[in-house]
Design a protein around this ligand. Structure first.
Ligand SMILES: *[C@@H]1O[C@H](CO)[C@@H](O)[C@H](O)[C@H]1NC(C)=O
Ligand SMILES: [Ca+2]
Ligand SMILES: [Ca+2]
Length: 376
């Protein structure tokens, strides 16, 4: 399939057409608003990178309710509803942590990246819910695939976005092009969750690492199979904050309390030099860093995490009960940043930070975790 990446000079509007669309979140938002809040000289992480072309079946303007026949989740939704016994005897799903909910303050009035819609801060009420203590791992996803025969979107379409710094020379030599505004992202043929850096890579030594290269629908399909669901953005953020108010990170305001690393991020200079001072150049096994006050791991860093919500950068300050985001949209919200995030270009490893991708996007730094309702 053909990739044609468009960026910088094209606004988000192009993404509304059911055409090829490359999506560079900040850059687009910047060009839309004309804001110079982001220094042009700083390299910027394009969310999960230049996105693959708008794939067939998942049209740009279709609402959630119209994503029926082409939505891989749909099949598994039925499966899960009709045959709950498809859950294996040995339950491989993540441990759930019960969060009691109540009122909390979502977003921030002191946004580091205002064009992402980090603000304003608003009061949100959440009913109690369970959340998985860590990102869904390769092992867990493998188990799901073994039992269902599920095929991810990246597998169906034959490629996915990989951070070039992780590619072998052999794969690099086959690349046709990268994304001009974010040359560290490349669509790589044969890259998918089983082969995160392309055909010559495997996950066999990484079964406890977060699964990558999963689209929104792939993530949704897993959660439905697990008889769970994707978290709303509000639930995710509440879980990230762990009861702390007005703090940047899940553990407080200091990035490295007592000089310790609390998340798998990027140290050094992006994108050329990763010192891996935190012990990891790319993903880490889940739970390698301290849990937050709710007992949740890697809420920021390691892999970005899909949420259920459509993306919008406009929020009212009205109190909200169990908000589910906009009714429709073209992109889904992702939270938490990844091992690729450095303050210089992707200061998004904060609870209020957010970014977005088209639902059919997949990349080498994007995963997910599921939540569950107490009466299930
Ligand atoms: C999935 O199936 C393969 C092949 O049968 C097997 O080797 C592997 O252990 C299974 N993995 C999981 C996590 O169930
Ligand atoms: Ca790291
Ligand atoms: Ca994460």
């Amino acid at each position: 399939m053909v990739y044609r990446c468009v960026f910088l000079f094209l606004s988000l509007n192009l993404c509304h057409l059911n055409t090829v669309c490359c999506h560079l979140s900040e850059v687009e938002l910047e060009s839309q608003s004309g804001s110079k809040a982001y220094a042009a000289s700083e390299p910027q992480e394009p969310g999960c990178g230049c996105q693959t072309s708008r794939r067939d079946g998942v049209g740009a303007n279709v609402g959630e309710n119209t994503l029926i026949s082409e939505n891989p989740a749909d099949k598994y939704s039925k499966l899960a509803n009709e045959k709950p016994e498809t859950i294996p005897e040995r339950d491989i799903r993540s441990k759930l942590v019960l969060l009691k909910g109540g009122w909390f303050l979502m977003g921030t009035d002191d946004p580091a990246i205002p064009q992402d819609g980090e603000g304003p801060q608003r009061r949100v009420w959440l009913d109690p819910f369970y959340i998985e203590e860590h990102e869904v791992t390769n092992e867990q996803f493998q188990s799901f695939v073994n039992q269902t025969g599920f095929i991810t979107e990246a597998e169906r379409f034959g490629d996915s976005f990989v951070f070039e710094g992780l590619l072998s020379e052999e794969v690099k030599s086959t690349l046709s092009h990268a994304v001009a505004a974010a040359p560290w992202w490349s669509p790589v043929k044969g890259a998918n969750w089983r082969h995160p850096e392309g055909p010559d890579s495997t996950i066999t030594q990484r079964m406890k690492h977060p699964v990558l290269h999963v689209s929104w629908a792939d993530a949704q399909a897993y959660c439905v199979w697990a008889q769970r669901r994707l978290p709303t953005e509000a639930e995710w953020e509440y879980a990230c904050r762990a009861g702390l108010q007005d703090r940047l990170y899940p553990w407080g305001n200091k990035l490295m309390p007592r000089g310790e690393h609390y998340a798998n991020l990027w140290q050094g200079e992006f994108p050329g030099h990763n010192t891996a001072e935190d012990g990891y150049v790319a993903t880490s096994p889940v739970m390698s860093f301290p849990a937050n006050g709710f007992g949740l791991y890697d809420m920021v860093g390691n892999a970005w995490e899909w949420t259920a919500d459509w993306w919008s950068t406009r929020h009212t300050t009205d109190d909200k009960h169990n908000p589910r985001g906009p009714e429709s949209g073209t992109d889904r919200v992702k939270k938490g940043g990844s091992y690729m995030c450095h303050k210089s270009y992707c200061y998004r490893y904060r609870c209020a930070a957010r970014s977005q991708n088209t639902p059919d996007s997949s990349a080498s730094n994007l995963g997910f975790r599921c939540v569950s309702d107490p009466d299930v």
